[in-house]
Design a protein around this ligand. Structure first.
Ligand code: HEC
Ligand code: HEC
Ligand code: HEC
Length: 465
């Protein structure tokens, strides 16, 4: 009898809970509208929307290789399967042409499709939820005034039950906190502006914060370093491994130009982030930099001393800086250590000889590639090099895929870590090298410096309307 009662109460609970969950999971469709006319949008609002879209990297995810900007179809590999981005041009049939502003704003704020179904968080709405109504209005105006492109959505490649959108309601219940952004009272205006942009549209944490087994960013490890398409997004909190501590000025430069003499070049998935950042108003980019640097804290006096010694000992870059005193005098370049010999023969001519850009590289003592918590990016750069960006004056480095075998590469990387890294040896270097060389990993990583991944189409740069 007793057990039956318990069974009944349990059943009742499940039914009630299920009902409550269904109510939570269900959302109404928002009625389709007739596509609004281009002229109905204020040009100033459209311009503002272009800048916000650049900050949000909408072009990066919503453009397939060789495809039209915003027409979707880019494969986003996740540990659970492949998700394809959708068409966000105003095409009435295959894009968002029949979405009202309310439907668009709801997708950003709550991760819901116009028809009410849940969207996958590969669309970073856990960040975009912070975006204000006003900024969503500008983004909407911008997207609705692009050229419509007919491009039907591609079917996602996900196993059951993950291919059922209602299960995303459970994910949201666990990990999603709805916005908009609420300013921190104990912080100033610039910090709050930076936090709003970096945590919201900029979605820096989508790459720089590690994720848990269910693909959600770990709350307690904000900006502690994460994975992005076969690249490592370094820690940008107090654990930053940068040789020279970041300042608001240096980060502003790095974000806008994709390069800084104390930090080197932005590669992999960070390259399109910086390419877009060049189109963001200066004060917004500066606010993002100020906010991010504030989270890193003050470097200790001891660290500051070491930095000054480093800067005095080595000119950071070829270009403009004094030629660095070559370490090959202090470290025997040949003899016992094969890594040292490879470095001296293959790398030092560009990285220590004071050659100007685009052929000279930074002194590797300044590179997060050598100092950072993961060897992934260093391996990618050495294997594939940095191809020239078309029509631009950009740093160039040859790839060594065909020159160095795995054992030589491991010897070289161990040497670089020991000599320049100021950090313990990396574990599992052999495996990381093997994986990076294999086609598997490359398939999921962008071209080396991702120049190709940042579409050069002027319509998404905010220059034509
Ligand atoms: C990190 C990749 C990524 C970025 C950056 C991104 N999106 Fe998306 N977006 C996606 C994916 C993937 C989907 C599809 C989600 C799904 O099918 O559930 C999507 C879906 C959408 C949808 C829903 C469309 C539909 O047909 O259901 C809208 C609207 C949208 N994105 C707008 C934007 C805007 C605006 C930006 C820039 C502010 C942006 N996205 C940036 C990946 C991204
Ligand atoms: C799509 C993924 C992605 C996004 C989004 C992203 N980053 Fe990055 N970021 C990376 C990767 C990958 C690297 C490493 C690049 C390299 O090795 O050159 C990186 C490097 C950096 C570095 C250099 C760190 C160092 O010490 O060398 C900074 C600073 C940085 N990102 C800041 C930001 C900020 C601020 C944002 C948000 C506005 C942001 N990132 C958004 C992927 C991303
Ligand atoms: C022909 C000149 C050249 C050669 C040879 C060369 N590099 Fe580079 N390297 C560059 C340039 C240019 C850059 C981009 C500017 C920068 O960031 O240093 C670069 C960037 C890098 C970076 C990224 C630095 C950062 O954090 O931004 C690493 C790591 C690197 N090279 C390692 C190597 C290694 C290891 C070798 C030898 C196997 C090598 N390079 C050989 C020119 C060269």
């Amino acid at each position: 009898m007793r057990t039956r009662n318990i069974a009944f109460s349990l059943l009742a609970l499940v039914v009630l809970g299920g009902g409550a969950f269904a109510a939570y999971a269900w959302h109404p469709a928002i009625d389709p509208i007739d596509p609004p006319r281009r002229e109905s949008f204020d040009p100033a609002l459209v311009r503002r929307g272009a800048q916000l879209a650049a900050l949000g990297n909408c072009n990066v995810c919503h453009t397939a290789p060789g495809g039209q900007v915003f027409a979707g179809g880019l494969a986003l590999p996740t540990p659970f399967g492949t998700i394809y981005s959708t068409n966000i041009t105003p095409d009435p049939e295959t894009g968002i042409g029949r979405w009202s502003e309310a439907a668009f704003a709801r997708s950003m704020r709550a991760g819901l499709d116009r028809d009410g179904s849940h969207l996958y968080p590969a669309f970073p709405y856990n960040h975009f939820t912070l975006v204000s109504d006003e900024d969503n209005r500008a983004l909407y105006a911008y997207l609705m005034t692009r050229d419509p492109v007919r491009a039907p959505a591609r079917e996602n490649d996900l196993p059951f039950p993950l291919n059922q959108r209602f299960v995303l309601a459970g994910w949201k219940l666990l990990f999603f906190r709805e916005g908009p952004y609420r300013p921190a009272q104990d912080q100033g205006e610039e910090w709050n502006r930076g936090a709003y942009l970096a945590e919201g549209l900029g979605h820096c944490g989508a790459c720089h914060t590690p994720r848990n087994a269910l693909g959600a960013e770990k709350r307690g490890e904000h900006y502690a370093g994460g994975e992005a398409e076969g690249w490592h997004a370094y820690a940008i909190n107090a654990a930053s491994a940068a040789a020279v501590p970041w300042t608001t000025d240096s980060m502003f430069d790095y974000l806008r130009r994709g390069w800084h003499e104390h930090h080197g070049i932005a590669r992999g998935p960070m390259a399109p982030v910086t390419a877009n950042m060049a189109y963001v108003p200066e004060e917004d980019a500066r606010a993002v930099a100020a906010y991010t640097v504030a989270g890193m804290g003050q470097p200790s006096a001891e660290r500051q001393r070491r930095v000054e010694a480093l800067l005095a000992a080595r000119g950071p870059v070829g270009g403009g800086a004094r030629p660095a005193a070559s370490d090959s005098q202090t470290v025997p370049a040949s003899g016992g250590e094969p890594g040292a010999a490879i470095y001296a023969g293959a790398c030092a001519t560009c990285h220590e000889a004071g050659r100007p850009l685009p052929f000279g590289g930074i002194n590797l003592a300044f590179s997060s590639g050598v100092r950072g918590e993961s060897p992934e990016n260093l391996i990618n750069v050495v294997l594939n090099g940095l191809p020239a960006a078309e029509g631009e004056r950009a740093p160039i480095m040859p790839g060594f895929r065909g020159v160095l075998d795995d054992a030589q590469l491991v010897a070289l990387l161990s040497h670089l870590r020991a000599r320049f890294g100021e950090a313990p040896a990396w574990e599992g270097l052999d495996k990381a090298v093997r994986e990076a060389r294999s086609g598997d990993r490359l398939a999921s990583s962008r071209p080396t410096d991702s120049v190709q991944a940042a579409p050069a189409d002027p319509t998404q740069r905010g220059t034509t309307w």
